[in-house]
Design a protein around this ligand. Structure first.
Ligand code: KG4
Ligand code: ZN
Length: 337
């Protein structure tokens, strides 16, 4: 590495993935992720266990990122970290480490907004969306429609008022007896089923906002009534149930996206976050984009779920603008753009 290279170490610990990444001159060289399997048996992320696992995993992932990139800590130009939003205990582990590491090396510290980073995952590799574009960020913790004006100028134009869509996938999957996280399994079964077999209400919120808590209750009562008539109802109809639930959730996402694209006169659209792996969302949105003449961007799966590569990418743009923070910052469980 030359002395003029910009080398950034980025750290992500906002939920249940501990991740570190090295970016040099705007290029993400690696993306090391330690996934926490400890939560599976509890059917959801247990915050205290997540913090402890971050403490165990953080130093090893940082070492691996540095060594596979062939960079010594003395060669770093800055340290970047997810400041929020996320679980406070989880964020504290990453932020405390990043502050101490940057201070000990006497290099700048960059704080990154996790949701902004999900959007900037689209700039890790080609093709990159053109500004302005709308990004539908869909994960286990968030559901947002973001108007992206440039790398660091973004506006949330719509978001969920209760559950995230990933939570709706996981909770309805759990009602069907699928293990956590049920989203990917529900997707797999949905491929064999009829999306119109059962109909669930499409909850509509005013403007561009979403609500995903109603579908869980609708599915719960629907199953209770059908199981009373036939105890094997779920087993006999699993694929159709999964396909119908997935269809409803995807429709809800796309109804608001269509309104947003029209309202803002935009033709570039991107999806981000763990739920962007959903095959129903991908297929339906890609057909819709063709019909509407939109250009659709879907990041590689590695950069859809929580990862430090996207944190590094966001940090790169902040570095170029000299947007650094003091070594005394605190994490923010709720953090606005
Ligand atoms: O972005 P992510 O890895 O973590 C955060 O929540 O920040 O997203 C995880 C969420 C989980 O709710 C998971 O069930 C969902 O993404 N998910 C899926 C699929 N793959 C992941 N949901 C539906 N279909 C999928 N193929
Ligand atoms: Zn995330």
């Amino acid at each position: 590495m030359g002395t003029t290279d910009i080398s950034i170490l980025a750290i992500e610990s906002s939920c249940d993935e501990t991740s570190a990444s090295i970016l040099v001159n705007g290029k993400v060289l690696n993306n090391i992720v330690a996934t926490q399997s400890v939560h599976e048996k509890y059917g959801g992320v247990v915050p205290e266990l997540a913090s402890r696992a971050h403490q165990e995993n953080l130093i090893p992932v940082v070492h691996e990122a540095l060594s596979t990139a062939g960079i010594s800590k003395k060669g770093l130009s800055a340290v970047a970290v997810t400041r929020g939003p996320g679980l406070m205990g989880s964020l504290l582990v990453g932020v405390s480490f990043a502050k101490a590491f940057a201070k000990s090396l006497d290099i700048p510290l960059i704080d990154v907004n996790h949701m902004q980073a999900h959007v900037l995952a689209h700039f890790i590799s080609e093709p990159r969306p053109k500004f302005p574009f709308i990004c539908l960020t869909v994960s286990g913790g968030h559901t947002q429609l973001v108007l992206v004006k440039d790398h660091l100028t973004m506006e949330v134009i719509g978001e969920t008022q209760d559950d995230a869509v990933g939570e709706a996938f996981d909770k309805t999957a759990k009602l069907l007896g699928l293990p956590y996280p049920g989203g990917p399994l529900l997707d797999r079964h949905a491929k064999e089923g009829n999306p119109k077999a059962f109909s669930f209400p499409l909850t509509r919120m005013p403007g561009l906002n979403y609500s995903f808590s109603g579908i869980k209750t609708a599915v719960l009562y629907f199953l209770r009534d059908r199981l009373a008539e036939n105890p094997n109802f779920i087993a006999e109809n699993l694929a159709d149930l999964c396909a119908s639930i997935q269809y409803t959730l995807v429709e809800m996402l796309l109804i608001k996206l269509k309104v947003a694209m029209k309202e803002y006169g935009i033709t570039e659209v991107a999806i981000a976050g763990g739920v962007s792996a959903n095959s129903g969302l991908r297929t339906t949105l890609s057909a819709l984009s063709q019909r509407k003449g939109w250009t659709l961007y879907v990041p590689e799966f590695e950069y859809c779920t929580d990862n430090a590569g996207m944190i590094a990418m966001a940090a790169h743009y902040k570095y170029l603008r000299g947007e650094f923070v003091g070594y005394d910052i605190a994490p923010l469980a709720k953090m606005k753009f």
